[in-house]
Design a protein around this ligand. Structure first.
Ligand code: GLA
Length: 383
């Protein structure tokens, strides 16, 4: 697969490992669907303050394959959750399972679209390639369902912004994570050309050209996976809310750009927003050196002022920064483990990847814009 950000994207380029797994599990699938993950290139922990963020959808994501089955009174949606792995026939009682349980989240997505599992007479297989934290596997999982179901005449086909609010509520009520709007929007509005400048207050999404001539974004896993359900995400949101209140700022808004702020979390959100605007300019101008410097300072701010890094993420990003051909490195997404984002000279990537692997950071790939959720052909080489 070429790493050029532009041009046609063959369906085989979309989460190929997940496609292989679902079509192996359901070789007679009659329909299939893909939802990308996302990397947030700049602007972390500001979406829930109505900030402007810079995410890009990915060619890695979640794949669903489906077979219709005969409807019987007792039948519900049958799911092969291949990555866990688990096989379950879902019922509305799955909503009573503990917070974060995949069956509860799946049934909650159905409910948000006006469906019960008993009203979805299908056997589906689901698999994804976003494990490890930071690439929005949760929103990708929700969107592959929310966009596939209406193609079968099931459930409401919401517009992107209302759907994002619905999925944000599902995440809060059924996974216990008080997340923002960025992830479902970044995925649902994704383009194959590059990132989006997403204004989480105004509800606008503007494509930003990927203007670099030789530099590309790479993703490297720090070796420590994470789950936001353990409360870390909600805790930092709580700390931020307290700091906003102490310094007399309204809750759930960014302090105004020129305002004097004292507390470290407020310094982070204010400076991170400024870095998004500077990052958009650097991207459009094709200035990889400037974008890389912004990534380095974003990581410092997330680590020191916001407290969402881990030693492994600090170690990985510091190591990467010292390598020839690396313009910058930062954690991406919520933090607390997971993937780091590098900006690298494309020609230097094989050597960078090798050096990082020799230091124990073996999972890595180049980030390529993946577009929006869409149907995949069935009955081709896989079917
Ligand atoms: C998670 C949340 C998002 C956002 C990021 C951090 O991915 O789901 O809403 O807050 O963390 O930028």
């Amino acid at each position: 697969m070429t790493v050029s950000p532009r041009g046609a994207l063959p369906p085989e380029a979309l989460a190929p490992a997940a496609q292989a797994r679902v079509f192996e599990a359901l070789p007679k699938a009659q329909s299939a669907f893909f939802a990308p993950g996302r990397v947030n290139l700049m602007g972390d922990h500001i979406d829930y303050l109505g900030g402007v963020v810079l995410p890009m959808s990915l060619t890695e994501g979640t794949v669903l394959a489906a077979e219709a089955k005969a409807r019987t009174a007792r039948d519900g949606l049958e799911v092969l959750a291949l990555d866990i792995p688990e096989h379950a026939v879902l019922t509305r009682d799955d909503l009573q399972r503990p917070l974060g349980d995949w069956r509860r989240r799946l049934v909650a997505v159905l409910a948000a679209l006006g469906l019960t599992p008993e009203a979805v007479p299908f056997r589906i297989a689901i698999s994804g390639t976003l494990a490890g934290g930071g690439l929005s596997s949760s929103a990708s999982f929700a969107l592959v369902l929310a966009r596939w179901l209406p193609t079968e005449g099931l459930g409401e086909a919401f517009e992107s912004w209302p759907l994002a609010r619905i999925l944000q509520a599902v995440e809060r009520d059924h996974a216990g994570v008080a997340c923002g709007l960025m992830d479902p929007l970044a995925i649902d509005l994704g383009t194959v050309d590059g990132p989006l400048r997403l204004d989480c207050e105004q509800g606008t999404a503007t494509p930003v050209p990927l203007g670099f001539s030789q530099a590309v974004f790479a993703l490297v896993h720090c070796g420590v996976g994470r789950r936001l359900e353990d409360g870390a995400y909600n805790r930092v949101r709580g700390t931020l809310a307290a700091a906003l209140a102490t310094e007399g700022f309204p809750a759930a808004c960014l302090p105004p750009p020129g305002a004097t702020v004292q507390a470290a979390p407020l310094r982070h959100v204010q400076s991170e927003q400024a870095r998004v605007w500077a990052g958009c300019e650097a991207l459009a101008a094709g200035d990889a050196v400037a974008f890389g410097a912004l990534m380095d300072s974003s990581h410092r701010s997330l680590a020191e002022d916001y407290g969402v890094s881990l030693p492994e993420l600090d170690q990985l990003t510091a190591l990467a920064r010292g390598l020839p051909g690396v313009h910058g490195a930062r954690l991406t997404g919520a933090g607390f483990g997971g993937w780091a984002q590098l900006l690298v000279e494309q020609a230097a990537w094989p050597e960078i990847q090798q050096t990082l692997a020799a230091e124990g950071f073996r999972e890595a790939f180049l980030a390529r814009p993946g577009g929006a959720p869409r149907a995949l052909a069935v009955g081709g080489p896989h079917g």
